[in-house]
Design a binder for this molecule. Structure first.
Ligand SMILES: C[S@@+](CC[C@H](N)C(=O)[O-])C[C@H]1O[C@@H](n2cnc3c(N)ncnc32)[C@H](O)[C@@H]1O
Length: 240
């Protein structure tokens, strides 16, 4: 059996179970999910590593308490998105993952639509959302979808945010634990350049691409760069 479910309410005749089984069968991957604290978590193939997921309410509270002491305007992601006093753009996050960036954007005060195409990651997001009740989640619209399909049907977007798993030779640092597990399950997003080009062709006010600091840009030279210690945000302004 390639799918292992440890505890929790999932039934073998449910649609979600069947989706996960189909993914395991078609990809040949072994997936192990454990029910902990009211939601499912993903085990890595290394038994020494703890399972990963996101505790959404806790993460949002952590951000909100941080922003009581520190200004949102100091955050490079906020500046990359074009956040200013009284300005909170609507963001389409094409790459949900464990919602790290979406939750940060929600805590900035943005309305966020988040997409995720991978069936296992999407299952984990839905499980985490069902275990959450933070009021800020009223501003989050989660959709299990591929970015290309969604953008072709909804091309009018204010700000598009894109954080694909896409490496280049300049990445020298080892990925964080969550990223390693992610990479083992999700693999590389080999269509990232095409998605970037499609996002740009939708002509949002901004297209923000998250990259490791030292890596090359996904597409053309960006109009603005925001650099942090390990991360860089490449901002494209297709309307200017
Ligand atoms: C690097 S992770 C994103 C991490 C996320 N920003 C966070 O903070 O947790 C990339 C995720 O985006 C998803 N993804 C990549 N390309 C996508 C696409 N074209 N459409 C939808 N989801 C995509 C992958 O399946 C993966 O879960």
């Amino acid at each position: 059996m390639k799918l292992k479910i440890l505890g929790g309410p999932m039934r073998e005749d449910s649609e979600e179970y069947q989706n996960l089984i189909s993914f395991c069968q078609s990809s040949g991957q072994e997936i192990s999910l454990e029910w902990i604290d009211g939601q499912y978590w993903l085990h890595s193939d290394d038994p020494k590593e703890n399972p990963v997921s996101v505790m959404i309410d806790r993460e949002l509270e952590r951000h909100l308490s941080y922003f009581k002491k520190s200004s949102i305007h100091k955050e490079i992601l906020a500046r990359a998105l074009g956040i200013k006093s009284g300005v909170r753009p609507k963001v389409l996050d094409l790459t949900g993952g464990f919602l790290g960036d979406s939750l940060l954007m929600l805590s900035f005060g943005c309305e966020v639509t988040t997409l995720e195409r991978h069936p296992v990651v999407s299952f984990l997001i839905k499980s985490a959302l069902a275990n959450s009740q933070h009021p800020l989640l009223a501003n989050l619209n989660y959709i299990a979808s591929d970015a290309e399909t969604y953008l072709r049907a909804h091309s009018s977007q204010e700000v598009i945010f894109f954080d694909p798993m896409f490496e280049d030779a300049n990445e020298k640092t080892l990925p964080k634990k969550e990223m390693r597990i992610f990479r083992s399950v999700v693999g590389k997003d080999l269509d990232a350049k095409d998605v970037w080009a499609l996002g740009l062709s939708c002509r949002p006010k901004r297209l923000v691409v998250k990259r490791p600091r030292l890596s090359v840009a996904l597409g053309n030279t960006p109009d603005i760069l925001f650099e942090g210690k390990a991360t860089r945000y490449d901002v494209y302004l297709p309307k200017e």
